[in-house]
Write a protein that binds this ligand. Sequence first.
Ligand SMILES: NC(=O)c1ccc[n+]([C@@H]2O[C@H](COP(=O)([O-])OP(=O)(O)OC[C@H]3O[C@@H](n4cnc5c(N)ncnc54)[C@H](O)[C@@H]3O)[C@@H](O)[C@H]2O)c1
Length: 358
Amino acid sequence: MSATHIIPLARLQEAMCLVVRGFGSSEDEVQAVAGNLIEANLTGHDSHGIGMLPRYADAFLEGGLQPNAHVQTVTDAGALLRLDGQAGFGQVIGREAMALGIERARTHGSCIVALGNAHHLGRIGAWAEQAAAAGLVSLHFVNVVARSIVAPYGGADARFGTNPFCAGVPLAGRPPVILDFATSMIAQGKTRVAHNKGEPVPPGCMLDDHGQPTTDPRYAVVPPFGALLTFGTHKGYGMALMCELLGGALAAGMTQRNDDASRRRVLNGMFSVLVDPSVLSERTAFEREALAFLDWVQASPPRDGYGPVQVAGDAERLSRARRSADGLPVDSITWQEILDAAARLGVDARQVAAAAGC
Ligand SMILES: NC(=O)c1ccc[n+]([C@@H]2O[C@H](COP(=O)([O-])OP(=O)(O)OC[C@H]3O[C@@H](n4cnc5c(N)ncnc54)[C@H](O)[C@@H]3O)[C@@H](O)[C@H]2O)c1
């Protein structure tokens, strides 16, 4: 098992900004990319945090990620937008796509945003949080165009990505409910984190390269590759399929099929629905009912071995509070990979390490 650095938030921010400047990004993009990745670490999703930077560096160096790109409108039908992400940083493209959708939902009461050709959109919950901060309910179906990593239900090899689904509901007087998960049993990045830490993944998550069950994360990280399984057997598989059909075929016009598996880029397609609850119904009545229901659900007595009943978004808020105060854990293999990526981008890795205090 590798050692872990605990890095204070401010130092990590400074260090990661140094790395992202290596892409030649504008200062706004530097802040957006570093901020979004660190936010993923803060919320406990190390799989979608700064550990993605080596992959982004590879994608950039092979020409698959375009720094300083902005979202372009392909189709404007008022409450229906089709957008192209120009293979730009998902951290910028996602924010711009949501901003356009939020503006339209405020005008029309709702908006469908079909986004294609965005480089990795990271933690999809960030986009539901952006919509919720504007008072909007949102749904997001996302596909992943990169090497296939997840097997269909009953299939023995990988045919699609970890296709995340996300939904956000803003509430009066309490934080929004943000449901945000990969449709695979575990997110792909969690296999990388486990592999780097030298830990197994839980049983029932993966197949090896012969389609047999395994707990060794290597089968998702280094060849010969196996496959992750979908959560909830045929139901999770059905949801993953919908993410591909809506986020991929419909929104992006691009599904995970015959993609060149040697390429390091990760493209996401995202089909988002934004709704203004105050246009659909009386806002206070909706919020009263929603809050009453959450109280009712959370009054369920905890089972043996469990803490108080949580709702989606609580785990991320607890982690954010804890890690903001205590610092962020980064295992030493991931840290070395980030320093190596910085060097590939022409950034002085010693400066990055010094900024982080590692
Ligand atoms: N951009 C991409 O291509 C891509 C692909 C896959 C996943 N992702 C991201 O990976 C991240 C991690 O996904 P994951 O599947 O590992 O998430 P996960 O398994 O940790 O599930 C997270 C969800 O479950 C909720 N949750 C956690 N504990 C709970 C509890 N005790 N009670 C009630 N709800 C609880 C969380 O609030 C959150 O909504 C997500 O942010 C996702 O968007 C991105």
